[in-house]
Design a protein around this ligand. Structure first.
Ligand SMILES: NC(=O)c1ccc[n+]([C@@H]2O[C@H](COP(=O)([O-])OP(=O)(O)OC[C@H]3O[C@@H](n4cnc5c(N)ncnc54)[C@H](OP(=O)(O)O)[C@@H]3O)[C@@H](O)[C@H]2O)c1
Length: 328
């Protein structure tokens, strides 16, 4: 038997409940993993409350997109990993309802499993992939960031935002971090690699132009959306690109009208569902991790029993970086 987290209705963190379920033998192409740590993502909170762009299958939906652990058993046909191997797990999309990783033991298709190098500890292994593959895909595969370019990153204190700041810096670009709380989070954003820290607001485009000799940013990477998208579009240099990958602000997003403007609606699925892009992304992230250029910033860890409190904390927006739940 193993404890997993389920929810039967959409709502706040209080809808999460623990259930003791039999530990299944892995079927063909499946891997059973003893989970050691779970990385939390905002998308999971939105999947839980019904605000995401794909829906949970209720009741008894599972939850959780990334974790680390050790392989316990493999099903017929699995040759990629073996019992005892250290791994990370990535579950993206509506399959989270059946394969979500919030549990002591989870069984997932082998395609969701990434090898975890021996020197990557469980907390790092649970915090690395969604944020850093998201940043890699957006900045390298989509936006083609080049050395010397300017990259504006909104919601910069989020785990994905910090990964983007580090990635832009690693590529030789100039990261400009945007937060609603520069007084509280500014020092940590600069320590993570931001060249400049700006407060979110209507005059953002002017301040980006001040920092770029009037030119604007080559890339604006936005996870906020809402009415603020207009100011962000105005901050894009001619020939630059606005990459939108989230809607932390639930209000309607106006279509910016400072054309010509390249806009891209981006999701990490672009990397995870393309084996070649995933291989490039893994190589990029692991090389960056080894050199120290890309390091997940861990804001806080919680115990497994406190996973609902961890969701409440995530949605409180006080964090700088990743929230990780450790599993005994
Ligand atoms: N498309 C994809 O494939 C993909 C993949 C990963 C993440 N994402 C998106 O990236 C975003 C960050 O995800 P995460 O898991 O890294 O988040 P997170 O760590 O929970 O991010 C929290 C931060 O976002 C900022 N924020 C929250 N609500 C906001 C609002 N209404 N307006 C402006 N800023 C707000 C806050 O920063 P300040 O208080 O400092 O402003 C907060 O600290 C989410 O929108 C998520 O859906 C998308």
């Amino acid at each position: 038997m193993s404890r997993v987290v389920l929810f039967d209705e959409l709502g706040g963190p209080e809808v999460l409940r623990f259930a003791e379920l039999p530990t299944p033998e892995p079927g063909a192409g499946e891997v059973r993993i003893r989970v050691q740590a779970i990385g939390l993502n905002r998308g999971e909170a939105r999947f839980r409350d019904g605000g995401y762009w794909y829906d949970a299958t209720l009741p008894a939906s599972r939850l959780g997109g990334e974790a680390s652990g050790v392989v316990e058993a493999v099903g017929p046909g699995v040759t990629e990993v073996a019992p005892g191997d250290a791994v990370s797990v990535l579950v993206i999309g509506p399959v989270m309802s059946t394969q979500g990783v919030y549990g002591e033991t989870v069984t997932v298709p082998v395609g969701s499993v990434l090898r975890r190098p021996a020197d990557v500890d469980p907390v790092t292994g649970a915090a690395l992939w969604i944020s850093h593959l998201t940043a890699y895909g957006a900045l390298v595969e989509v936006a083609g960031v080049r050395p010397g370019g300017t990259v504006v990153v909104t919601a910069a204190s989020s785990s994905a935002g910090l990964a983007a700041v580090q990635t832009a810096r690693h590529l030789g670009a100039v990261p400009i971090a945007v937060t609603r709380s520069p007084d509280v989070k500014g020092d940590q954003l600069r320590a993570a690699g931001a060249e400049h820290v700006l407060a979110a607001g209507d005059d953002l485009a002017d301040r980006v132009r001040d920092l770029t000799a009037g030119r604007g940013a080559d890339v604006v990477l936005d996870a906020v959306g809402g009415p603020g998208l207009t100011a962000l579009a105005l901050a894009v240099a001619r020939g630059g690109v606005l990459v939108v990958y989230g809607w932390l602000d639930d209000r309607p997003m106006p279509m910016p009208r400072n054309w010509p403007l390249r806009m891209y609606g981006y999701a990490v699925h672009l990397v995870v569902e393309d084996p070649e892009a995933l291989r490039r992304g893994q190589d990029f992230v692991l090389a960056g991790l080894r050199s120290g250029a890309l390091t997940p910033v861990i804001d806080r860890t919680f115990g497994f029993d406190d996973i609902a409190a961890a969701h409440t904390y995530l949605e409180g927006n006080g964090q700088v970086g990743k929230i990780v739940v450790t599993v005994p």
